[in-house]
Ligand binder design. Structure first.
Ligand code: ZN
Length: 296
């Protein structure tokens, strides 16, 4: 009996070990990044993978791509784009310099693509990147620029000191689709990079200037999060304005940065909507608002 039960126990252990291994392998595969392609109009797509959402325009003139995520994802991203269009990628526009939007630049420029971005993106990529030339935008602009491609005018416009000091948004005038770059984190607290020229006021102004351009039918590709629309972007703006008012009141009452950072009541409404996430927790967003608004 004893002998048998021991054997049974050993067998169970082995089984659970294998079961664990299989689950582990399965989980590992699930964690691998899959590039998801969403068709937004007859010629515009949104690609989701890891990092900033990618916008793609396809058509007779070739491919226009917005942002490049991380270098290790380039083969998958190029494969996803090849599934939509056999044409070359003519232009890659970076919405700003962060690595989750420009990491694939060097790989993609090697295919003959021209990279475009705001002047400050050039400066910051040049300062950060070891691969230098291949990652750099070769066409830069200061304020705005249009690309006429695939049957429509694509407005590219800079917004000052918002998420960074080099942000650009893109509006597809015929398709009525807006790519916000990181001036929009859908259903979560935004990252506002104060160390790279970002600011609360600039961020709020950026959202307002984009809202002027669009209407109720506009599809919005946010920098992060799922596909969105004007109504949701307006709600995001109301959150920013609401938090600004609350934190300014705290500053007026001479609260310290730590007091504001620890005051969970300020963000409760949005914490309840699960806007806090691993990178930008509610404590971090309170601190960001304090630091940016206190500077003024
Ligand atoms: Zn960013």
């Amino acid at each position: 009996m004893l002998h048998i039960s021991l054997k049974m126990k050993t067998l169970k252990t082995i089984c659970s070990f294998f079961a664990f291994s299989i689950v582990f392998i399965a989980c590992g595969q699930n964690n691998e990044v899959v590039i998801k392609t969403n068709k937004l109009s007859k010629n515009i797509y949104m690609l989701e993978g890891q990092g900033g959402n990618i916008g793609v325009s396809v058509g007779e003139d070739g491919v226009l791509m917005i942002d490049s995520q991380f270098a290790r994802l380039t083969p998958k991203i190029l494969a996803a784009i090849k599934n939509i269009s056999k044409k070359d990628i003519k232009f890659l526009v970076n919405t700003h310099h962060h690595g989750d939007h420009t990491g694939g630049n060097a790989n993609i420029s090697k295919t003959g693509t021209h990279i475009m971005a705001h002047d400050n993106v050039y400066k910051r990529v040049k300062a950060n990147d070891n691969q230098l030339d291949k990652s750099l935008p070769i066409i830069t602009f200061n304020n705005k620029l249009s690309i006429h491609i695939n049957g429509e005018q694509v407005l590219i416009f800079h917004v000052e000191n918002a998420h960074t000091d080099g942000d650009a948004m893109l509006y597809f005038t015929e398709s009525n689709i807006l790519h916000t770059g990181d001036t929009y984190f859908n259903e979560r607290y935004p990252y506002i990079d104060l160390n790279s020229g970002g600011s609360i006021d600039g961020y709020i102004n950026a959202v307002k200037s984009a809202l002027i351009l669009i209407d109720d039918n506009t599809k919005i590709i946010p920098g992060h999060g799922k596909l969105s629309n004007k109504k949701e972007y307006q709600f995001f703006l109301s959150m920013l304005e609401n938090l600004k008012t609350l934190v300014l009141d705290e500053i007026d009452s001479e609260k310290t940065e730590d007091e504001v950072a620890n005051n969970t009541s300020l963000t409760k409404k949005y914490d309840d909507l699960n806007y806090s996430w691993n990178f930008i927790t509610s404590k971090k967003i309170r601190r960001t608002f304090y630091r940016s608004l206190k500077e003024k």
